[in-house]
Design a protein around this ligand. Structure first.
Ligand SMILES: [Zn+2]
Length: 353
């Protein structure tokens, strides 16, 4: 545990759900932990005891990626954890593959509907349509403009057009729209949607005052800091400012709220965590300012400032998005000036006197 984690509290200690089984974290709230074949090696999913139109059953929150191992783990859960009841609906916090990947399979298997924000639904629909979605030439051009322009890197990014649809082959053809403030009645409890920006198009966290529980998705993680990136589809996004404004919305919830994060362990101490995240990004922004004060920097120049570890191409594409997000936060705040070099690379430096 690092120093910052010691400031948080983990009410369940080191307990984890066994593979293919759940751990009940509150009455009618079950924790599922599935493995992921990435550096981030697991995701937390949730089962909520529910009743729709007088029919008892379960709501699923988040789905894992599309792969056989995840389907097998779900089958195990269905065999052992549903108490003889059906799944009644699938709720997805946001459109990233580890959250929405198996939504189509789960909805089809149980003949139930999907609940998600409209933005995340539409972006996921676009993404799973394949090479017309994300990645490919446009992503390569965008990253090259931010200094990631070594010919072999550009070629590899251009070739990577199938990443999203390989993990999310399809999404259900209809959905129920979640908006900020939407209240879902789940198992006799009101769960209120809280929108969040900067990580996904329109992430929805779910808060239940009766149970004093927040399903935080990727917007409130205890250990790692949420990925906050700029992508080619919206090249001038100010994602970091959006993210920091969004997490401040959770300050209105009680300090002792039990947070159920998508990665890591359930924790309390959310107000402390919000401050830690602000401090973390303030320090990173200070480092970026310092580098840019010395000489104008591209996002690629900023990579070693923000990320001290060696990274593969996949991690580098995430990292360059984060670097752009930090440069943009300073640029939008008027603290950095942007200029397009003769080499076609955008660099950020001190404003000309
Ligand atoms: Zn995510």
């Amino acid at each position: 545990m690092n120093d910052l984690e010691l400031q948080l509290h983990y009410p369940l200690g080191d307990a984890l759900p066994a593979p293919g089984r759940c751990l009940e974290v509150a009455p009618g709230v079950k924790w599922i932990r599935m493995t992921l074949p990435f550096a981030l090696n697991h995701i937390n999913l949730w089962l909520l005891r529910d009743e729709i139109d007088g029919r008892p059953g379960w709501s699923i929150v988040d789905c894992c990626i599309h792969r056989d191992e995840a389907k097998a783990q779900w089958e195990d859960i269905f065999a052992h954890e549903l108490e003889g009841l059906p799944v009644l609906r699938v709720i997805v916090t946001h459109m990233h593959p580890d959250h929405i990947g198996l939504a189509h399979w789960l909805c089809q298997k149980w003949d139930v509907d999907l609940w998600i924000s409209a933005l995340d639904y539409q972006v996921a629909r676009l993404g799973c349509m394949g090479p017309t979605g994300f990645g490919g030439d446009r992503a390569a051009d965008f990253f090259a403009m931010h200094g990631l322009n070594a010919p072999d890197t550009v070629a590899q990014i251009k070739a990577r057009t199938n990443y999203f649809p390989s993990l999310v082959p399809s999404v259900p053809e209809q959905y129920h729209r979640l908006l900020d403030g939407t209240v879902l009645q789940i198992g006799g409890h009101a769960w209120r949607c809280i929108s969040g920006y900067g990580h996904a198009p329109e992430h929805m966290a779910l808060y239940c005052a009766d149970l004093n529980i927040l399903i935080g998705g990727d917007m409130m993680l205890p250990r790692i800091s949420t990925n906050v990136s700029v992508y080619e589809q919206e090249p001038e996004a100010n994602s970091l400012a959006l993210f920091l404004d969004s997490i401040d919305k959770f300050k209105t919830l009680p300090e002792d709220t039990l947070v159920l994060p998508a990665h890591g362990k359930p924790f309390t101490g959310m107000h402390t965590r919000i401050q830690q995240l602000h401090d973390h990004h303030r320090d990173r922004l200070a480092e970026v300012m310092e580098a840019c004060a010395e000489k104008a920097c591209s996002a690629a120049d900023i990579l070693p400032v923000l990320f001290k570890r060696p990274m593969d191409l996949h991690q580098t594409t995430f990292a360059i998005g984060e670097s752009i997000a930090h440069l943009h936060a300073l640029w939008f705040a008027g603290r950095l000036h942007r200029a397009l070099g003769a080499d076609g690379v955008l660099r950020f430096g001190m404003a000309p006197a």
